[in-house]
Design a protein. Structure first.
Length: 215
C-alpha cells in the first residue's frame, strides 16, 4: 500500500460518516488522503460536505445506465483516475456487481448498522427493537460479493435502553459509527488490518472475530 493511502469515499446521502473522515483527517487523527468523493445521487448532501473540504467530487446518477454492470464500469472508469488504494462505502445505497468487487478486491470497506452477522439488509434498528435484543451496534467489514457478509474488522457495541425508539437508537449507533469507521479505515490504511485469502488479518494473524469496542 502506498505511503499515504489514497481513499475514495462513496456516498448516496447525508454523508455524516464522510464528515467523520474529513474531521479525523483534518484533526490529524487519521492518515489517509481523501482523494475523491463519489455519489450516485446528485442531491446527496455529502457532495457539499466534500466540496467544502476541497475533496474532488464525481457524481454519476445510476438511472443514466441501463444496468448495474455498465454503471459499475463507469464508476471504475472515474475512480481509477484517482488510483485509489481504499474505497470507503459510507451510506452508498447501491449493490455492487461481482466485477466491481473483484476489480477492487480486498480494498473496499463498508459499515453496516448492526452487529453482523446479525441483521444484514435494511431497517436494522427497528428489527433489533422488534426482537427485544439487549445489544446492538455497527460493524466495519471488508466487502465481498456477499451482501453485508465480508470479513469483519471492528464492531462498536451498545446496550439497548428499555423503551428506546428506533430514531434514538439510530442516532446513538451513528455516533459510534463516526468513531469506529475512521479508526478501522486507519488500520487498513496503515497495513495493520488486511484482507487476505478471504479473511481479515489484524496484526499479522487471522481475526476469527472482529475487534469489539463497547460504548
Ligand atoms: C450509516 O448508518 C451506515 O451504517 C449505513 O448508511 C448510513 C449512512 O449515513 N451504511 P451517512 O450518510 O454517513 O450519514
Amino acid at each position: 500500500m502506498a505511503n499515504r493511502c489514497k481513499t475514495a469515499i462513496l456516498i448516496s446521502g447525508s454523508g455524516t460518516n464522510l464528515q467523520a473522515f474529513i474531521d479525523a483527517v483534518a484533526g490529524g487523527d487519521l492518515d489517509l488522503e481523501l482523494a475523491v468523493d463519489f455519489s450516485n445521487n446528485p442531491k446527496a448532501y455529502g457532495l457539499e460536505r466534500a466540496e467544502k473540504a476541497d475533496i474532488p467530487t464525481v457524481c454519476l446518477p445510476h438511472s443514466d445506465y441501463p444496468d448495474r454492470e455498465s454503471f459499475d464500469r463507469a464508476i471504475i472508469h472515474e475512480l481509477d483516475q484517482f488510483d485509489p488504494d481504499l474505497l470507503i462505502l459510507a451510506g452508498f445505497m447501491r449493490i455492487l456487481s461481482p466485477g466491481f468487487v473483484a476489480h477492487y478486491s480486498g480494498k473496499i470497506l463498508n459499515i453496516h448498522p448492526a452487529l453482523l452477522p446479525l441483521y444484514p439488509g435494511m431497517n436494522t434498528h427497528q428489527r433489533v427493537l422488534d426482537s427485544g435484543d439487549t445489544w446492538h451496534g455497527s460493524t466495519v467489514h471488508f466487502v465481498t460479493e456477499e451482501l453485508d457478509g465480508g470479513p469483519r474488522i471492528l464492531q462498536g457495541r451498545l446496550a439497548v435502553t428499555p423503551g428506546e425508539t428506533a430514531e434514538e437508537l439510530t442516532s446513538r449507533v451513528q455516533a459510534i459509527e463516526h468513531k469506529i469507521y475512521p479508526e478501522a479505515a486507519g488500520w487498513v490504511g496503515s497495513g495493520r488490518a488486511k484482507f487476505r485469502n478471504g479473511d481479515c488479518w489484524i496484526d499479522g494473524v487471522v481475526a476469527e472475530a472482529p475487534v469489539v469496542q463497547d460504548f
